[in-house]
Ligand binder design. Structure first.
Ligand SMILES: C[S@@+](CC[C@H](N)C(=O)[O-])C[C@H]1O[C@@H](n2cnc3c(N)ncnc32)[C@H](O)[C@@H]1O
Length: 271
């Protein structure tokens, strides 16, 4: 029997959670703050962050809403939520709360001024899940924002990694990848079908520098190759690591650094 996608996500993210809030993955923090700004979060807002992960949007949102506002973060992974909750506690944001729930079943019987979701629309078989859950929890006229990876993101890693996997494990290379809605029309249709209107789709360009191969391998295990690496043995993972070290070399600068394109789209609108 196939493993339900939500359980697969939970296991995967629980495994990587300890290494998620880290400098090799700091582009999540950059985009989290960018998404909060694109959504126009302000002091006193009640904000819902769906699939909040380690808090890359929740923490800046909680900082802006302040004690007169509220931040509720939802995620399926206990490990990711623990990181987000610890960060909120460290900052003294007692108006932030985090709950372990599958987004697809969420009904908090409460309305929010703003709903956010960073890089998780594509985690659901039905891609209207996130916008529909946003619509259910927003006040009329409430603001929403979600982020998607833009075309060309994760390069040059994506091309190098896919070529290597085709050589080492062609059976895995054939497995379909998960991607979000492609193109402006598909994104707008998704929001519209869910009862939301789109205001803007904005390209946020981020060049992310990884200082050395260890940081790059951390990125691969935790993000860029996370899903695939769960399906290989430790020996094979080691072969992939060795192969990657040779294959990525032509892309390093004179100081051994690798620059990844981590461009994203911020999609915003109103309910
Ligand atoms: C790529 S991470 C993004 C985290 C965060 N939004 C950010 O931008 O840093 C995707 C998150 O979606 C969560 N997730 C995946 N499927 C989920 C589901 N069915 N319900 C709730 N959370 C889910 C994962 O646990 C993970 O924390």
């Amino acid at each position: 029997m196939a493993i339900p996608r939500s359980r697969e996500a939970q296991e995967q993210f629980d495994r990587v959670a300890p290494g998620f809030f880290s400098s090799p993955l700091s582009y999540f923090e950059t985009h989290g703050a960018g998404l909060v700004s694109a959504a126009g979060v302000k002091s006193g807002d009640r904000v819902l962050d769906l699939a909040c992960g380690a808090g890359s949007a929740s923490i800046p949102a909680a900082s802006i809403v302040g004690r007169s506002g509220k931040l509720v973060g939802i995620d399926i992974s206990r490990g990711m939520l623990d990181v987000a909750a610890r960060r909120a506690r460290t900052e003294g944001f007692h108006w932030a709360e985090f709950h372990q729930r599958p987004v697809e079943e969420l009904d908090l019987e409460e309305r929010f001024d703003v709903a956010l979701c960073g890089f998780a629309v594509h985690h659901f078989d039905d891609q209207t899940t996130v916008p529909r859950v946003m619509a259910r929890h927003l006040e009329p006229g409430g603001r929403w924002a979600f982020s998607l990876w833009a075309e060309g993101s994760s390069e040059p890693h994506r091309t190098v990694f896919n070529r290597l996997i085709r050589e080492l494990r062609p059976d895995l290379a054939a497995a379909p990848g998960r991607s979000g809605p492609q193109g402006r029309a598909a994104i707008e249709r998704l929001a519209h079908e869910s009862g939301l209107s789109t205001r803007a789709i904005e390209l946020a360009e981020v060049d992310h520098v990884l200082d050395n191969f260890d940081d790059y391998w951390h990125y691969v295990k935790t993000s860029g190759g996370r899903s695939l690496l769960t399906r290989v043995s430790e020996d094979e993972a080691q072969r992939i690591r060795d192969g990657l070290q040779a294959a990525i070399a032509p892309h390093l600068d004179s100081q051994g650094r690798l620059t990844l394109c981590m461009d994203a789209l911020y999609v915003t609108g109103l309910r």
